[in-house]
Design a protein around this ligand. Structure first.
Ligand SMILES: *[C@@H]1O[C@H](CO)[C@@H](O)[C@H](O)[C@H]1NC(C)=O
Ligand SMILES: *[C@@H]1O[C@H](CO)[C@@H](O)[C@H](O)[C@H]1NC(C)=O
Ligand SMILES: *[C@@H]1O[C@H](CO)[C@@H](O)[C@H](O)[C@H]1NC(C)=O
Length: 438
C-alpha cells in the first residue's frame, strides 16, 4: 500500500484529541468526534474539471457541539463530554443522521442543507416578528429565495438513563430501526424512535460484584442478519448471540476463544488478551479482533481458534513491564477492514499504523506525520529494529514515542482511502494507484 496524500486536515488544539473516526456508508462523509464533545463532519469534494487531482479532498462540512460536560449529583460523578463513538444511519431522505455517544448518553443528530429561504410572509416580517395587523392590507403568497448554502444540525432524540456503566460501543442494526449500546456489563437494544425505554439483551453483572472477572469491551451487529450480534470481553473471548433464540441473550450461541499457550503465560497474559475492538467483515463471514499485541481474523464457522493471527508490534513483548507502569498496556486500539475484506489495518505507537494483506501475507508499517502528508508524498514503509542489525532509517524499539499512538482508524467502504487519527490531527491518505487513475 503506497499512499499519496491528497489532504492533511490538522486542527492542532489541545482540547481536540480525536476520539473516534467514522465514514458514512458510501464514504463521501467522514465524521470525527473529540475529547471536547465536538463532532466535525468532512465531505469529499467532487472532482472538478480544472483540478483533475482534486477528487478525494475532504473539506470541513459542519462542526457542532454534541455533548457537554455534566455532573451526576446522585453519584457525585463528573460525566465527560468526550465522544466515544459515532455511527451513521443509512440515508433515507435528503437529511443525514448520526448517533453520537459519550459515557452515558446517546444522541441522534439530523444534518440538513438549506439553500433557500422563504420571504414575503403575511403576518410576520423578515426577522420573524409579528407585523402590526393594521398595516396588512392585502394577502401575498410567500416565495422561496436562493441563499448561501447552510448546513443545519439539530438534535432529534436523546437516549439517556440506559446505562449505569460507561458506554463503549453503539451499533446500528441492518433492520435500520433499532440499534444497540454496550457498557462494561450490559447491552441494551433501542428503537431509534423511542427514547424512554430500551431492552436489556445482555447482562453479565454478577450478583456479587466481588465475583466480577470479565467485562464487555466492544459489541457490533452482524451486517446482514438483524438477529445476530457479537460482543468481546476483557478475557479475550467473543460471544455471538442470536436474538431469535431468547430475549435475554445471556446464553450465547457461539463462544470464540483461543486456548492459551501455557509457555507464554505471564502476569500480563490476561491484560494483553483483552479485546479492544471487534468488527464484522463486509461479507459477514469473518470477525476481526484487536488485542494489545495482535489482530486476529475469526471465521464465524470456527470457534476453536482464529484462522489468522497477525503480530502488530511483537517487539513490545519484552517491554510489557514498563508499558504496564506507564498504563500504555491498557490502550484500546481499533481495527478496520478494507472494502473487500482483503486488507486489515490497525494502529500502533510512534504514530505508526500497520496493514496486513490477507492474500499475499505481506505487511507494512506506515507513519502518519506532517512530513508524510505533503501533497503527493509517498508513504515510506518504516521498520522497527530489535537488537543489533540496524539498517539506515530503522528506528529502535527504545526510541519509540509511546505518547504518539494511533488508536482510531477508518477505511473508506469502497475505495483505498483511510482516515487516521493521531492525537489531535486527522490524516487522510489515498492510494496512489487510485488517484493516478483520475
Ligand atoms: C453518504 O453521504 C453522501 C454525501 O452526502 C450521500 O450522497 C450518501 O447517500 C450517504 N450514504 C449513505 C448510505 O447514507
Ligand atoms: C507466544 O509467544 C511467541 C513469541 O514470544 C509468539 O510468536 C506466539 O504467537 C505466542 N503464542 C500465543 C498463543 O500467543
Ligand atoms: C482492498 O485492498 C486490496 C489490496 O490493496 C485492493 O486490491 C482492493 O481494491 C481493496 N478494496 C477496496 C474496496 O478498496
Amino acid at each position: 500500500f503506497s499512499c499519496t496524500t491528497p489532504s492533511c486536515l490538522a486542527v492542532p488544539l489541545p482540547a481536540d484529541i480525536i476520539s473516534t473516526v467514522e465514514f458514512n456508508h458510501t464514504g463521501e462523509l467522514l465524521a470525527t468526534g473529540d475529547k471536547g464533545g465536538r463532532v466535525v463532519i468532512f465531505q469529499r469534494e467532487p472532482e472538478s474539471k480544472n483540478a483533475p487531482h482534486s477528487q478525494g479532498e475532504y473539506d470541513v462540512y459542519s462542526t457542532f457541539q454534541s455533548h457537554e460536560p455534566e455532573f451526576d449529583y446522585l453519584k457525585s460523578l463528573e460525566i465527560e463530554e468526550k465522544i466515544n463513538k459515532i455511527k451513521w444511519l443509512p440515508q433515507q431522505n435528503a437529511a443525514h443522521s448520526l448517533l453520537s455517544t459519550n459515557d452515558k448518553t446517546i444522541k441522534l443528530w439530523k444534518i440538513t442543507e438549506r439553500d433557500k429561504r422563504p420571504e414575503g410572509y403575511n403576518l410576520k416580517d423578515e426577522e420573524g416578528k409579528l407585523k402590526d395587523l393594521s398595516t396588512v392590507t392585502s394577502l401575498q403568497v410567500p416565495v422561496l429565495k436562493p441563499m448561501d448554502l447552510m448546513v443545519e444540525v439539530s438534535p432529534r432524540r436523546i437516549f439517556a438513563n440506559g446505562h449505569t456503566y460507561h458506554i463503549n460501543s453503539i451499533s446500528v442494526n441492518s433492520d435500520c430501526e433499532t440499534y444497540m449500546s454496550a457498557d462494561d456489563l450490559r447491552i441494551n437494544l433501542w428503537h431509534l424512535a423511542i427514547t424512554d425505554r430500551s431492552f436489556n439483551i445482555v447482562d453479565i453483572k454478577p450478583a456479587n460484584m466481588e465475583d466480577l472477572t470479565e467485562v464487555i469491551t466492544a459489541s457490533e451487529f452482524h451486517p446482514h442478519h438483524c438477529n445476530l450480534f457479537v460482543y468481546s470481553s476483557s478475557k479475550g473471548s467473543l460471544r455471538l448471540c442470536d436474538m431469535r433464540a431468547a430475549a435475554l441473550c445471556d446464553k450465547h450461541s457461539k463462544l470464540f476463544e483461543e486456548p492459551e499457550d501455557p509457555s507464554n503465560r505471564s502476569f500480563f497474559s490476561e491484560i494483553i488478551s483483552s479485546v479492544s475492538d471487534v468488527k464484522f467483515s463486509h461479507s459477514g463471514r469473518y470477525m476481526l479482533t484487536r488485542d494489545y499485541l495482535t489482530v486476529k481474523v475469526w471465521d464465524l464457522n470456527m470457534e476453536a481458534r482464529p484462522i489468522e493471527t497477525y503480530q502488530v508490534h511483537d517487539y513490545l513483548r519484552s517491554k510489557l513491564c514498563s508499558l504496564y507502569e506507564n498504563d500504555c498496556i491498557f490502550d484500546k486500539f481499533e481495527c478496520a477492514w478494507n472494502g473487500s475484506d482483503s486488507v486489515i489495518m490497525t494502529g500502533a505507537y510512534n504514530n505508526f499504523f500497520r496493514m496486513f494483506d490477507r492474500n499475499t501475507k505481506r505487511d507494512v508499517t506506515l507513519e502518519a506525520s506532517r512530513e508524510s502528508s505533503k501533497p503527493r508524498a509517498v508513504l515510506k514503509p518504516r521498520r522497527v529494529c530489535v537488537g543489533g542489525k540496524r539498517r539506515r532509517d530503522d528506528i529502535s524499539v527504545d526510541s519509540l514515542d509511546f505518547t504518539k499512538k494511533i488508536l482510531h482508524t477508518a477505511w473508506h467502504p469502497a475505495e483505498n482511502i483511510i482516515a487516521i487519527a493521531a492525537t489531535n490531527n486527522l490524516y487522510i491518505f489515498q492510494d496512489k494507484v487510485n488517484s493516478d487513475m483520475h
